[in-house]
Design a protein. Structure first.
Length: 237
């Protein structure tokens, strides 16, 4: 579904991502982990066209998408969420999701129908007429997922969608991500909360300083000495 080859991104002299390669199979939940500043969000920004890479290649279903604009990549079937949710705050939840639906539909009635279906799927239909700025953190996070899903993606990039959630909301987030996969959407997720990433991922890639330090099943990555050292320090490893 998604193949990244030797991806590199420099900001001046800083190598945020360096020679990174991985692939995500259709139907997988693929986790991307690493300590703060490891380059995870930069990888997302490169995949969805927010930044052009310094070098390397990104293939979606075998087709190069390297350097394309974000709107073009979205229309090809790659959607994403953002760490910091920035809704259209003076619009309702329904209107926020409708705005995304126009990626696939032309009329207002079609956009509304798509948005309502998506809000139902994300268990937000009871909040549809709330102003976005009045939503709780948990509902804003789900709204961000709903906005991405309204573009009808084949793969969704989830960037720390569980950050700031309470234990009940965490369980709801895990359930929603599993439902997204059951819907046939492939998931690439960045997450710091190990309860989330370890319980849902088929495979995990761990990076540090923009480079791969481990890849494998959740258990393999959790037991990897380099991963433990990157997170907790050499003494723990």
């Amino acid at each position: 579904m998604l193949k990244v080859r030797n991806l590199t991104k420099y900001f001046g002299g800083l190598g945020a991502v360096r020679d990174l390669s991985f692939k995500v199979e259709k139907g997988q939940i693929f986790g991307l982990i690493g300590p703060n500043g490891a380059g995870k969000t930069t990888v997302f920004n490169l995949i969805n066209g927010f930044y052009p890479p310094s070098s390397g290649e990104i293939l979606f279903k075998g087709e190069p998408i390297t350097g394309l604009k974000p709107n073009v990549i979205c229309k090809k079937g790659i959607a994403r969420t953002f760490q910091v949710v920035k809704p259209l705050s003076r619009m309702t939840l329904l209107e926020n999701v409708m705005a995304s639906a126009f990626c696939r539909v032309n009329g207002v009635s079609e956009a509304k129908e798509e948005a309502l279906k998506t809000l139902e799927f994300c268990a937000l239909i009871h909040r549809k007429d709330y102003l976005a700025k009045s939503l709780t953190i948990g509902d804003r996070k789900r709204m961000e997922i709903a906005r991405a899903l309204a573009t009808r993606p084949e793969i969704i990039l989830l960037d720390e969608t569980a950050a700031g959630l309470n234990p009940t909301e965490l369980d709801q987030a895990i359930a929603l991500i599993k439902k997204i996969r059951e819907r046939g959407v492939t998931v690439l997720i960045v997450e710091h909360i190990m309860k989330v990433i370890m319980s849902i991922s088929d495979r995990i890639l761990a990076i540090n300083y923009g480079q791969t330090i481990a890849e494998g099943t959740p258990q393999e990555v959790a037991n990897n000495k380099a991963v433990i050292e990157a997170y907790l320090g050499e003494a723990y490893a």
